[in-house]
Design a protein around this ligand. Structure first.
Ligand SMILES: C[S@@+](CC[C@H](N)C(=O)[O-])C[C@H]1O[C@@H](n2cnc3c(N)ncnc32)[C@H](O)[C@@H]1O
Length: 288
């Protein structure tokens, strides 16, 4: 397999290795085993009864599955699969072959162990692989939840995914997208980029343009921003102060990376509070 890894991807692997290790184990200490990393959304009243006492992060996975409209017994790639939580949910609702791609060995090992525990190892497989590496399988669907913001080259990533889709195959993306160019003037934009090692924070229009350029026709575009639960700026300021204080004292490199990742998350929330970001679900279909 040929490797195209930028230095930002190498730092990103390190970020995800540490973030995953700490967040997974902190959740376990709290008695929770969470296999997804995406934002919990407010669930609309009409479907709330489906998620009572259940993992509420299933809601977004279910919504994406419905919008992606995958066929029976699909072959699906989860690009940026985290611990495999979305894959386990989709395979439960729509059994098929699911491949998870991640930059983190730790995420892969947790996902493989959980697949074994659930008895779904033949359906759910996980690989450490970069978005830009060649993909030799053709999929009915490629799904990327909160993962493409990390792409070091969004156009090359979309082009690689497009060639890995069957004709009429679907690419479903959920991500934090900037509303427009204005965001580039914000201090929090720079902080978010620095803390998360981002090359850019693409806007919804950037996605629309690059999907079109790659012969992917948008068939659904939903704004999920109103469903995000925001922290107030006051609470964020407290959290930032506390985290920076800990960062100043922290001698352990892996914990420093973990704290910096949180600071990136707080900068992102501040941009949302200023109305500069959108949480968008876009589904596009391969036309030729
Ligand atoms: C915020 S996590 C989201 C995980 C999962 N989609 C979820 O919602 O729980 C981002 C994921 O993208 C992966 N990722 C980021 N950049 C990547 C790249 N260049 N190639 C492959 N995976 C990448 C990370 O390893 C991680 O699994």
């Amino acid at each position: 397999m040929s490797e195209r890894k930028s230095s930002s991807d190498t730092r990103l692997s390190e970020l995800y290795e540490n973030l995953s290790r700490y967040s997974y184990n902190i959740n376990r200490l709290k008695g929770k085993s969470r296999f997804t990393m995406h934002k919990p959304l407010q669930i609309p009243a009409e479907v709330q009864h489906l998620y009572v006492d259940k993992d509420k992060s299933n809601y977004l996975d279910d919504l994406v599955l419905i919008e992606a409209g995958l066929p029976e017994n699909p072959r699906v790639l989860d690009a940026g699969c985290g611990f495999g939580g979305s894959i386990f949910r989709w395979n439960h609702l729509r059994p098929g072959i699911y491949h998870g791609m991640t930059l983190s060995n730790y995420q892969k090992s947790i996902a493989l162990r959980e697949a074994q525990r659930r008895g779904v190892s033949a359906n759910c497989m996980f690989y450490v692989q970069n978005y830009l590496e060649p993909i030799n399988i053709k999929y009915h669907g490629i799904i990327a939840i909160e993962s493409l913001i990390h792409s070091s080259d969004l156009n090359a990533t979309l082009s690689n995914f497009t060639q890995a889709l069957l004709l009429k195959g679907k690419l479903a993306i959920v991500d934090d997208m900037s509303r427009d160019e204005q965001v580039r003037h914000e201090e929090d934009y720079q902080l978010l980029k620095d803390y998360w090692y981002l090359t850019d924070i693409p806007s919804e229009m950037d996605y629309v343009e690059l999907l079109g350029k790659n012969n992917l026709k948008i068939i659904s575009n939903l704004d999920l921003t109103p469903q995000i639960r925001f922290n107030s700026d006051r609470l964020l300021s407290q959290k930032i102060r506390r985290t920076k204080f800990l960062l100043r004292l922290m001698p352990i490199k892996s914990l420093r990376i973990f704290l910096r990742t949180h600071l990136g998350g707080f900068a992102l929330q501040k941009l949302y509070n200023k109305g500069m970001m959108k949480y968008q679900l876009i589904v596009a279909q391969k036309e030729s």
